[in-house]
Write a protein that binds this ligand. Structure first.
Ligand SMILES: Nc1nc2c(c(=O)[nH]1)N[C@H]1C(S)=C(S)[C@@H](COP(=O)(O)O)O[C@H]1N2
Ligand SMILES: [Mo]
Length: 312
């Protein structure tokens, strides 16, 4: 599979020391996991395609970046099965070309965007923690651009208060769809101000390459201060809406998965504590969970005056 990319000029002539170090780290882990990489690309119809991207000023966690081999084999993508190893095993035949994302609802200029058009935006690398609601976490170098840049193009009307994401549903290629564990297609949503926040990343790649199918190819969202399930994979529709949209996990178990789902060590899941987390590849809880996953300085103001224990 090939995408065509326009020429890109790296915005970072000066590479800060920490970025340099983390780049060294990738190079090291890429070498160490070369065998696993070859194995996973043999499994996948998508061969790794390198992306051009720039660095940016978004703060990075100081934590070590998770090995690519782990981040691409320990996944949640229920359309391909409910066990963590199912997506890598079953997503190889998922066809992602052609691919379009339809943007509509409360917008002045609805449009259907071809995936190639998304790859023409200025791509940036963002190293974010991904904190799953099941209390494990990883640190992943994503590549994408702020969702706000795409939403600005369609001109949300004054009635637009939420953004709803609808993801792919291809029964012939997604064995998990035959099990009614969730209401398919998988949907997610954000308030408009959350969707417009500069940390919210429309994501096309990771570890310097296009997304592997199991991580949500060809386009997913990543919302780093919220539990992982808010980061919908393989998006086909984006609707600007007036009322809070129904979302897959919130519909399945509203008392367990709130619409907001901000990472919060003080609000336990009804069946387990959220105080600590298991940074993979560890087996036991080895990190304290941070409010807003450590991004409080950037996002806390979005929730001033809101009781986060009630609106979890
Ligand atoms: N379409 C879709 N998107 C999804 C999911 C899913 O089952 N289907 N799982 C979510 C959950 S629960 C998590 S934790 C993250 C996992 O992303 P990763 O596998 O890239 O780490 O994807 C989220 N996006
Ligand atoms: Mo998750």
């Amino acid at each position: 599979m090939t995408y065509t990319f326009g020429p890109k000029i790296s915005s970072s002539e000066i590479t800060p020391h920490e970025i340099y170090l983390s780049r060294r780290h990738f190079m090291g882990s890429a070498l160490a996991t070369g065998a696993a990489l070859a194995a996973s690309s043999a499994l996948s119809a998508t061969s790794p395609v390198a992306l051009s991207f720039s660095q940016n000023a978004i703060p990075k966690p100081s934590d070590t970046v998770t090995d690519r081999a782990l981040a691409t084999t320990y996944n949640n993508f229920y359309e391909f099965g409910t066990s963590k190893s199912d997506p890598a095993r079953n997503a190889g035949k998922f066809t992602i070309k052609p691919w379009t994302v339809e943007i509509g609802g409360e917008v002045a200029k609805p449009k259907i965007v071809g995936i190639e058009e998304l790859f023409k935006f200025d791509l940036e690398e963002r190293i974010y923690r991904l904190r799953c609601v099941e209390a494990w976490s990883m640190v992943i170098p994503w590549i994408g651009f702020p969702l706000s840049k795409l939403l600005a193009q369609v001109e949300p009307t004054s009635k637009a208060r939420y953004v709803k994401f609808t993801t792919a549903s291809k029964p012939d290629e997604m064995p998990g769809l035959s099990y009614r564990v969730l209401d398919w297609p998988y949907t997610e949503g954000l308030r408009l101000d959350e969707a417009m926040h500069p940390l919210t990343l429309l994501t096309l790649g990771m570890y310097g390459e296009v997304l592997p199918n199991q991580n949500g190819a060809p386009v997913r969202i990543v919302v780093p201060w919220k539990y992982g399930f808010k980061s919908a994979k393989s998006i086909v529709r984006i609707d600007l809406v007036t009322d809070e949209p129904k979302t897959a996990w919130n519909s399945a178990a509203p008392n367990e998965y709130g619409f907001n789902s901000n990472v919060n060590p003080a609000v336990d899941h009804p069946r387990w504590s959220q105080k600590r987390e298991r940074r993979l590849p560890g087996f036991f809880a080895n990190h304290d969970t941070e409010l807003f996953n450590g991004y409080g300085e950037q996002v806390a103001s979005l929730y001033s005056g809101i009781d986060l224990a009630k609106f979890y």
